[in-house]
Design a protein around this ligand. Structure first.
Ligand code: ATP
Ligand code: MG
Length: 279
């Protein structure tokens, strides 16, 4: 795709990351992917977690993958070869399964091991408007590949007592990657998920988040919603499984917010570095 000036439009690449387990990363990755697809964006969802939840939750059977993100990281396949279209969800899936757990060890001895995903995406990014990367719950070599490939990080978080403390390690890692490996990288925003406004503590933590991070906190909040939790057992994101559910509507709203944020993002590493250092 080209813009009016004839330049090739490149995908905006976002990691969904938080080293804490079970905070809603995968739910965010698949529902944002489905929400973006719904509003006409071309989306690739990359599953970087050997659990393969984002793969299964997009209607792709992780046990039947001919090629996966593992083969891409080991340069045995291109993204074009390994990604599959999820018909029901309307986006492409570069899937993962348990095989990916071995990649961490195998990558250790290889050159440019943290930039394998970035190199692969460079070949494919003209084909998509958005690439979303679902990271595992740790700051390992797989997550590092995600962070090195991305323009920005989306951090889903629950508004609980230790939420801010837990962010420190992630923010430090992102700063280090920004300084040493990927000058494009910035935190795009913190997404409040599983939010229940009736719980006073959640309101308080939400207010604290806004005090600390200002407009880095997304306007959209994702409510706790049982339809979002039920959808994975049908192999679908909530947005596809039950579009009228409150949680699904919130994710479509979030997709719209992301389109606006992506349009506002600077396009060169240099201008992004400037932005990050002034933040
Ligand atoms: P992991 O660290 O293991 O990869 P994760 O951060 O990807 O976990 P999810 O798998 O997305 O987290 O979510 C954890 C659980 O919470 C799942 O059972 C999911 O269905 C449920 N869940 C996520 N978001 C919501 C929500 N907004 N409302 C209700 N349940 C939710
Ligand atoms: Mg997950």
């Amino acid at each position: 795709m080209h813009d009016r000036g004839g330049n090739i439009l490149m995908a905006k690449i976002f990691c969904v990351a938080n080293q804490k387990g079970g905070v809603g990363k995968t739910t965010t990755a698949v529902n944002l992917a489905a929400g973006l697809a719904r509003i006409g964006q071309r989306v690739l969802m990359v599953d970087l977690d050997p659990q393969g939840n984002a793969t299964m939750g997009s209607g792709v059977d992780k046990r039947q993958l001919a090629l996966s993100v593992y083969d891409v990281l080991l340069e045995e396949a291109s993204i074009k070869e390994a990604a599959v279209l999820s018909d029901k969800c309307g986006y492409w899936v570069l899937g993962a399964n348990r095989e990916l757990a071995g990649a961490e060890v195998e990558l250790v001895t290889l050159e440019h091991r943290e930039k394998r995903l970035k190199a692969a995406l460079l070949q494919a990014e003209g084909d998509f408007d958005f690439v979303l990367i679902d990271c595992p719950p740790s700051l390992n070599m797989l997550t590092l590949n995600g962070l090195c490939a991305a323009h920005g990080v989306i951090v889903p978080m629950q508004c609980e007592y230790f939420a801010l403390e837990g962010l420190t390690d992630l923010v430090n890692t992102i700063k280090q990657v920004h300084a040493n490996l990927n000058a494009d990288l910035q935190i795009i925003g913190l997404l409040r998920v599983m939010f229940d406004p009736r719980i006073t503590l959640q309101q308080q933590v939400s207010d604290q988040l806004k005090d600390h991070f200002g407009d880095k906190v997304f306007h959209t909040m994702i409510p706790r919603n049982v339809r979002l939790a039920e959808a994975p057992s049908y192999g679908l994101p909530g947005v596809v499984f039950d579009p009228s559910a409150k949680g699904s509507q919130a994710f479509v709203e979030f997709a719209q917010e992301m389109v606006v944020r992506a349009q506002r993002m600077p396009t060169t590493a240099k201008s992004e570095a400037k932005l990050a250092s002034s933040a």
